[in-house]
Design a protein around this ligand. Structure first.
Ligand code: C2E
Ligand code: MG
Ligand code: MG
Length: 749
């Protein structure tokens, strides 16, 4: 420690304060006068005891002691003052009588800084004192910066080390750790119990140890600088040690060893890991996110390339997530996603470890740690299998995933089904890098969707070209709306008993250049992309406009049925849209009919029921399209504000052909009658079918037997021809109702 703080306060310009201790009055006076003259500020003491007393409350910059004094002599006094707090390093000059070796040795042993043989060479004495003072100040500064450094190192949990190659000795010798380094490693400083390099190496976990030794060997061989973080299991604690060292070169220019620092970076690493974890995990499911997945995939590919195995990437997309989210709300959606994440994890050897660098996946099996599932966003997940022997292995994981998701999920007390479509791509066959692999797995997943969902598809290049077409189609479809390329065709609906047209169904077509694209080629895509919403709004307006034109032209008074996808009822205010359409064209509400497929109707009765009810109250009729294909329990229909069921074409086709075909139609018709719903058959192509339907009690029909869908302008002429034929066929003349008037089930009845 420093001397009582005094020298720190010493201004070099000030006169240095000297305590001069001598029992000889004359000597005291002479020395004092001489030193005062040389710029020193002298305080005198006549014996050792008096000196020690004075030193208790005052600290000089220098002490000059006469060696021989009665009572406490100079040696004793020096020994005593060295024991006093703050006097460990104050420069002490011993004045000896003779230049004898014994006194000099005694002086040093007593703790004196230097000695001076009594003489009257005052200039020499003053010079000696000044030199001592300077040396003492330098020492104090040095000690101060050492202690500062030590404190800084302590705070930074850092210490230094030297590691010398001793010729002829093993590399494991020659390590010298500083006190602070010992502190970092062992939490204590026990100079006699320094850990050996072997001990330190043993505390590194096996895999990391091999890695560390390999790196050190490499670095030493190339005389490089060493920079590395190593995990260590030290007595009572686990730390991450940052090691940084530079080579030291001897006189001959060859590397003689390393010197550097070690630092405990455990906390910093933890903080960094946490930040990284947050940046690379999906907060909802705590699965790796897109960035982490990409990194993992790249590392898996790197390994696979070195070791010559295959990698599989499974793209997993939930089939009806949007529905659940739209109808049950976002928090239910979140709950579902979390459950899906849990199930997906159970299908693979999911590793939650965040992998940071290529180095971490070194070692023959280390890449296995890359296996896992992640979430790309929304309802899209990915499973990465870093090593598969063949396609079948990936497929079996895919099947496990489908099975795991097939079980219903309980979301806020409601049973939901979250089936998925899975696309699989394999490295190297289906892509050489992460991007290609992801794209192709995605491609395959879309094919799984197209092929009816809840299935898995392995990527194939043939599918890919279809994918490109899809993309083109999607772009073109976007433009179709703006460019007015959509058109409506209309198909008459006829009452069999009277033969009259009672309404029409509006059916969309896309005039794409020369081509007239049928709806089944673009509506599914429009549904996926969401374009169906603006398209359906257009259909409603256009059908209303056309109905008004016919009303004007030939007194049309039937219904125009438009097909409305389920999502229109959830995303849009259907009541408002219909109101607009009828108001703009001054149509009665009853002329607008909305067709909603049975499949989408039963998806979620609860949330769309209020809208249906209001529409119904306005007089807008609801028809359940493709009835019989949606597997709705018939009883659920009883409460619904619907007016009509439309027997699906597939049943009509088999009427009068198979017994079963007739049976289904018969059941539907009977049901409709019980529920007092109107029933219409679609896809009626033959007279036999018509007769069979009539026999079962179904009087309304639509199909090629009467007319194919035709452009709006042709409906008037078709109706005129049709009426004329009816008139000609009629045996007895009868009073015709207004064209297209439809027998109706009163809304709300
Ligand atoms: P859908 O609503 O069940 O329409 C009836 C389909 O049956 C129409 O096919 C029609 O041309 C066809 N069809 C009518 N009579 C016969 C027949 O006797 N035999 C056969 N084999 N087919 C007949 P299209 O026009 O190709 O429409 C297919 C589907 O596309 C529609 O089925 C409907 O689900 C959808 N769609 C059509 N237009 C629209 C629309 O404007 N909006 C929406 N969201 N979907 C539409
Ligand atoms: Mg329809
Ligand atoms: Mg239909």
């Amino acid at each position: 420690m420093t001397a009582g703080g005094a020298p720190f306060g010493v201004n070099p310009a000030e006169r240095p304060r000297v305590l001069l201790v001598d029992d000889d009055e004359v000597n005291l006076m002479l020395v004092s006068a001489a030193l005062t003259q040389h710029g020193f500020d002298i305080t005198e003491a006549r014996d050792g005891e008096a000196a020690l007393r004075m030193l208790r409350d005052w600290t000089p910059d220098l002490i000059v002691l006469d060696a021989r004094m009665p009572g406490l002599d100079g040696f004793e006094t020096c020994r005593e003052l060295r024991r006093m707090y703050g006097y460990e390093n104050v420069p002490v000059l011993m004045l000896t009588g003779l230049d004898d070796e014994t006194s000099i040795n005694r002086a040093y042993q007593a703790g004196a800084t230097d000695f001076f043989v009594k003489s009257n060479q005052w200039t020499l004495l003053a010079g000696r004192l000044r030199y001592m003072l300077r040396a003492s100040r330098t020492n104090i500064e040095l000690a101060r910066s050492r202690s500062k450094l030590a404190r800084a190192q302590d705070l930074a949990k850092m210490g230094s080390f030297d590691w010398w190659h001793e010729p002829g000795r093993s590399l494991y010798r020659g390590l010298a750790l500083s006190e602070q380094a010992l502190h970092v490693l062992l939490g204590k400083v026990d100079i006699d119990d320094r850990p050996s390099l072997t001990f330190l190496l043993r505390s590194i976990p096996t895999v990391d140890r091999h890695n560390f030794i390999r790196t050190v060997r490499n670095v030493v061989q190339h005389e490089d600088r060493l920079l590395m973080d190593v995990p260590m299991n030290l007595p009572g604690k686990f730390i991450i040690l940052h090691v940084q060292a530079e080579p030291e070169f001897g006189d001959q220019g060859h590397c003689i060893g390393y010197s550097g620092i070690v630092q405990d970076v455990t906390e910093r690493r933890r903080a960094r890991d946490e930040i990284q974890r947050l940046a690379e995990t999906d907060s909802l499911t705590e699965l790796p996110n897109r960035a982490q997945l990409r990194k993992r995939t790249e590392q898996a590919l790197f390994q696979a390339q070195r070791m010559g195995h295959q990698v599989a990437l499974l793209m997993i997309d939930l089939d009806r997530f949007k529905n659940i989210n739209d109808t049950l709300g976002h928090s239910a959606g979140d709950e579902l996603l979390r459950e899906v994440a849990r199930r997906l994890k159970s299908c693979v050897r999911h590793s939650a470890k965040i992998i940071e660098s290529e180095k971490e996946s070194i070692g023959p099996r280390a890449h296995r740690a890359l296996e896992g599932v992640g979430r790309l966003g929304g309802d899209e997940f990915v499973a990465l299998l870093p090593e598969v022997s063949d396609e079948a292995e990936a497929e079996s994981v895919g099947r496990r995933i489908l099975d795991a998701l097939r079980e219903p999920v309980d979301v806020s007390g409601q049973e939901c089904f979250a089936t998925a479509s899975v696309g699989i791509a394999l490295y190297p066959r289906d892509g050489m890098d992460a991007q290609d692999l992801m794209r192709n797995a995605d491609e395959a997943m879309y094919r799984a969707k197209e092929e009816g969902r809840n299935r898995l598809v392995v990527y194939s290049p043939q599918g890919a070209s279809r994918g490109r077409e899809q993309l083109e189609l999607e772009t073109a479809l976007h433009k179709a709306l703006e460019r007015d390329e959509l058109v409506l065709y209309y198909q008459p609906q006829v009452e069999a008993s009277s033969g009259r047209m009672v309404g029409v169904e509006a059916l969309m077509r896309w005039r794409r250049g020369e081509q007239l694209v049928p709806p089944n080629e673009f509506i599914p895509l429009a549904e996926v992309t969401g374009l169906i919403v603006p398209m359906s709004e257009w259909v409603l307006r256009e059908a209303a406009r056309q109905a008004a034109v016919w009303r004007e032209e030939f007194g049309f008074d039937g219904t125009v049925a438009v097909n409305m996808p389920y999502r229109m009822f959830v995303q849009k205010d259907m009541v408002e849209l219909v109101e607009h359409a009828v108001r703009d064209h001054r149509l009665p509400h009853r002329m607008i009919q909305l067709e909603i497929t049975e499949e989408s109707l039963v998806k979620d009765l609860q949330s769309i029921q209020p809208t249906l009810r209001r529409l119904n109250e306005l007089g807008v009729q609801i028809s359940v399209d493709d009835f019989g294909t949606g597997y709705s329990s018939l009883s659920r229909l009883t409460d619904l504000p619907i007016s009509e069921v439309k027997i699906d074409r597939s049943f009509v086709k088999n009427m009068a052909v198979t017994h079963k075909g007739t049976a289904v139609a018969r059941t539907i018709i009977a049901l409709a009658q019980v529920l007092e719903l109107r029933v219409i058959a679609e896809g009626v192509e033959t007279e036999d079918q018509k007769a069979a339907l009539v026999a079962e009690g179904c009087d309304l029909m639509q199909g090629f037997l009467y007319s194919r869908p035709v452009p709006g302008a042709e409906i008037g002429p078709w109706n005129a021809r049709h009426e004329a034929r009816l008139a000609a066929e009629a045996t007895a003349p009868r009073v015709a109702p207004p064209a297209g008037a439809r027998p109706r089930r009163e809304p709300g009845a």
